[in-house]
Design a protein around this ligand. Structure first.
Ligand SMILES: CC(C)(COP(=O)(O)OP(=O)(O)OC[C@H]1O[C@@H](n2cnc3c(N)ncnc32)[C@H](O)[C@@H]1OP(=O)(O)O)[C@@H](O)C(=O)NCCC(=O)NCCS
Length: 172
């Protein structure tokens, strides 16, 4: 397995996996399949291209040349918020699960974030019922600091969103 930043050449593979994610586990994401199914390849390519200002990028994990999973890294550029990076949309395709892809992707992502000067914490939100993802985040060292009740409504059912933070040593 190999982890690298996605670029426009990954647009087709990313969109295929992203739409699978939204169909397969709708309760794990705030976006819906309908929100994203109509996007053109140009739009998708633009969304996964690492931002010139460093505010957003997508890391993908590959098995041979196949995209197996991804996570979005959001780095606010505003002065008062730029020490805290957010992770979103983490997904590993069903055929690759429970083989360490998620943990490897997360560890490489944490190392990537650690290399950004001044960042001292990484945060993310997870459906409070998602025990598998929560176990993964906890195994890396993320600590839960609260649950927003009824944060998500999927097909008429409400779900809490559990918030996690990982404190890291800033390089600068
Ligand atoms: C959550 C997810 C990313 C985990 O990916 P993965 O590649 O299967 O994770 P790993 O194989 O690296 O597992 C690492 C650890 O996480 C925990 N874990 C992962 N899936 C689990 C599950 N279904 N049940 C219990 N623990 C689980 C385990 O502690 C596991 O370690 P172990 O296999 O040594 O016991 C993947 O299941 C997924 O994409 N799920 C659907 C989307 C989703 O929930 N995304 C998270 C949004 S916040």
């Amino acid at each position: 397995m190999k982890v690298r930043l996605l670029d426009p050449s990954d647009a087709r593979a990313y969109q295929r996996l992203r739409l699978l994610a939204l169909q397969e586990t709708p309760t794990a994401f705030s976006a819906s399949y309908g929100d994203e199914a109509g996007r053109s390849m140009d739009e998708v390519a633009a969304r996964i291209t690492p931002a010139a200002d460093g505010s957003i990028c997508v890391l993908g994990i590959f098995e041979r040349d196949e995209l197996a999973g991804f996570v979005v890294v959001i780095h606010p550029q505003r002065e008062k918020l730029c020490h805290a990076v957010e992770l979103a949309g983490m997904y590993v395709a069903p055929t690759f699960r429970r083989r360490g892809f998620g943990r490897t992707l997360l560890k490489v992502t944490v190392a990537h974030v650690q290399s950004i000067a001044g960042v001292r914490q990484i945060k993310l939100g997870v459906n409070a019922t998602n025990t598998g993802a929560k176990a993964l985040y906890q195994s890396i060292g993320f600590a839960s600091y609260g649950v927003e009740p009824d944060a998500l409504r999927v097909d008429g059912t409400f779900y809490g969103e559990e918030h996690y933070v990982l404190r890291i040593d800033p390089l600068a």
